[in-house]
Design a protein around this ligand. Structure first.
Ligand code: G6P
Length: 616
């Protein structure tokens, strides 16, 4: 989605803002802009990515030690220079950057326009600048002004406004906003006796990745909280005042962030996506060996639940489907997987709430910020579900909104398409299933996860061959991935990677369903990828492969055994049968990555999609 960054301190703000915005480009972008203050507010903005707009407009040469910046991912209003943020109030004394959707913007805009405000963009966000301008004409304190503003806005938002005395004000509601502080101290009150935090510099961002290289100290704002940032009286330090929902100054905890978030370089790899695919040689093992205290807590919640729903979006939903299979197979727990955006329409969810005394929702999300998932959690809360979550960002909104959470510990994932986070989610689900089985007095199989690095390395060793396969099929229009049982979830995930990275139409299909319709699409130009492990699905898979082969399809077998029907084989080593699905997704990730390169698509930043979708 959009990303926000703001700075106030002793350094030039503009270069810091440009760098931070590039770090958050994974959140999506179509235009970029910044505003700084040095006696007056200056704004530069335009369509394109951060480096392009910067090279065209020299964003990083703006003066001033305070500023705000934004990358936009359009929701209201076309992609254009004028719709790019920051937005100015009529008199240019307030500049605003906003992430989220102001749902009542049409009514607000109409009212403001009738009072003489002139709008320059088509965005919902611009109303915030005009509302602030209006509020500043009233004899309110800034605290009161923010309180009044938040009462007027409906929808989801995080925003930061730069005011033409150099002050920053802002708030969050259902969109992330984190305040990073260098050398923070709570060594006193301001002139009014209010609780304040003092620091050398203040960074305000949608993601800690934007400021982690400068500080590991942060304040996480809760929904409905707002803030004011100004210089302290000495002008040497900045002063941050945080207000609760009622507009009262509040004493917030300063959190220490894990430094591993700082590991956001591509290293020797051409793209983050490729780096993250390779990191699976250790992230699978790391996720499986989750911290035992938290794991114990989650197991207790699972065992005590009388109904379980697992939810997620995109790849995390595919992990939820894996959970359904693993829970029933390894520990005899029955659960339903519901895609997060459908939770509200799910009759099951409501029936569960009515018929169960201890319903549990397990929410899976890499970012912990996906709006659809957070919305499902809110609905479930209202129906008395307990909430357990599996996240990669332990400080995320989802982790904070859960009764208990586990981290997959995969480190930052920058590539928009989920790769290492998906296999890490799976690995953790294996571990959870095994622990539940032990707790239930069953004798679960011992899983050889310790060898995962060898197996992943072996699959990665075939990358040059997979790149050749990608070259052979790069001009195809559609790819069908057929599979049975738990492997169907992997087929869906493989198809999603091909769509996201290479812009190829791809579908995951239950192999047995091929004959009930999709076979009509298969001809001599079709590519069929068959997920065909030597397990209980093998025999019936061969039948479906025959059906496709007989219609002339090119067959790519992803398998641990050879078969004469395959035109290409993406080999999986002989691994533990139960763990096999963990590995079979990796050649599909590599195939999608290399097809993206052959088709001139940027695999790190696919068009039209964002890594963290914080709007419904
Ligand atoms: C976006 C991304 C997907 C991702 C999904 C869920 O749609 O494009 O790749 O799987 O969000 O993200 P989450 O952070 O909740 O796992």
């Amino acid at each position: 989605m959009c990303s926000i960054f703001a700075y106030k301190g002793y350094r030039d703000a503009a270069p810091l803002i440009v760098k931070a915005l590039s770090r958050m480009e994974y959140r999506g972008y179509d235009s970029v802009g910044i505003a700084t203050y040095d006696k007056t507010i200056m704004v530069k903005k335009g369509v394109g990515n951060v480096s392009y707009v910067n090279s065209r407009l020299n964003l990083d040469r703006l003066h001033g030690r305070v500023g705000i910046g934004h990358t936009r991912w359009a929701t209201h209003g076309a992609v254009s220079d004028t719709n790019a943020h920051p937005h100015l109030s009529c008199n240019g004394t307030i500049a605003v950057v906003h992430n989220g959707i102001v749902e009542n913007y049409a009514t607000l805009r109409h009212k403001l326009a009738s009072e003489g405000h002139v709008f320059s963009s088509d965005t919902d966000s611009e109303v915030i600048a005009h509302l602030l301008e209006d509020a500043l004409t009233k004899p309110y304190s800034y605290d009161k002004m923010l309180g009044k503003l938040l009462n007027i806005l409906n929808g989801s938002y995080s925003f930061v406004a730069l005011i033409n005395d150099g002050m920053l004000v802002g708030a969050r509601y259902h969109e992330p906003l984190i305040i990073g502080l260098t050398n923070p101290s709570k060594d006193g009150n301001n002139n009014n006796g209010d609780d304040c935090i003092y620091a050398d510099e203040c960074f305000i961002a949608s993601d800690v990745l934007a400021f982690i290289e400068y500080t590991d100290k942060a304040v996480f704002l809760a929904d409905g909280e707002s803030f004011l940032v100004n210089y302290a009286d000495t002008k040497q330090r900045v002063m941050v005042k945080i207000l609760d929902r009622d507009g009262n100054a509040t004493n917030k905890e300063i959190t220490q962030i894990a430094w591993e978030f700082a590991d956001v370089d591509k290293g020797r790899f051409a793209h983050y996506t490729l780096k993250e695919i390779h990191e699976q040689s250790y992230t699978i093992d790391r996720a499986f060996n989750a911290s035992s205290d938290r794991l114990r807590e989650l197991i207790n919640v699972l065992i005590n639940a009388d109904r379980i729903i697992v939810t997620g979006s995109g790849s995390s939903y595919h992990a939820a489907l894996i959970a359904k299979h693993l829970f029933s197979k390894l520990c005899m727990l029955s659960c339903d997987a519901i895609v997060a955006s459908e939770f509200i329409y799910s009759i099951d969810a409501y029936a569960y709430a009515n018929n169960a005394s201890k319903p549990l929702l397990i929410a899976i999300s890499q970012s912990g910020e996906t709006a659809d998932v957070l919305n499902a959690v809110r609905i479930a809360r209202g129906k008395n579900f307990k909430i357990a979550s599996i996240v990669n960002a332990p400080l995320s909104t989802l982790a904070r909104a859960s009764d208990t959470y586990l981290s997959i510990n995969a480190g930052p994932e920058i590539g928009v398409a989920a790769t290492k986070s998906f296999t890490a989610q799976m690995a953790l689900l294996y571990r959870i299933s095994i622990e539940v089985a032990k707790d239930k007095g069953m004798s679960p199989p011992a899983l050889d996860i310790g060898s995962s690095n060898l197996y992943v390395e072996r699959i990665l060793g075939a990358e040059a061959y997979i790149s050749d396969v990608a070259e052979s099929i790069k001009n195809v229009n559609s790819i069908y991935i057929i599979a049975k049982g738990i492997h169907h979830a992997i087929a869906l995930e493989g198809a999603l990677k091909l769509k996201e990275l290479a812009y190829v139409h791809a579908e995951g299909i239950h192999a047995g369903e091929l004959k009930h319709g999709p076979l009509a699409l298969i001809d001599g130009k079709s590519i069929v990828i068959a997920l065909n492990p030597m397990d209980d699905t093998y025999g019936e898979m061969l039948t479906s492969i025959h059906e496709a082969k007989a219609r002339g399809a090119c067959i790519i077998g992803v398998s641990d055994s050879r078969c004469s029907m395959y035109d290409f084989t993406l080999a999986i080593p002989r691994v533990d049968r139960l763990l096999y699905p963990l590995y079979e997704v990796i050649p599909l990730q590599l195939l999608a990555y290399h097809m993206a390169l052959k088709r001139n698509c940027n695999p790190d930043y696919p068009r039209n999609i964002a890594k963290s979708v914080t709007v419904k």
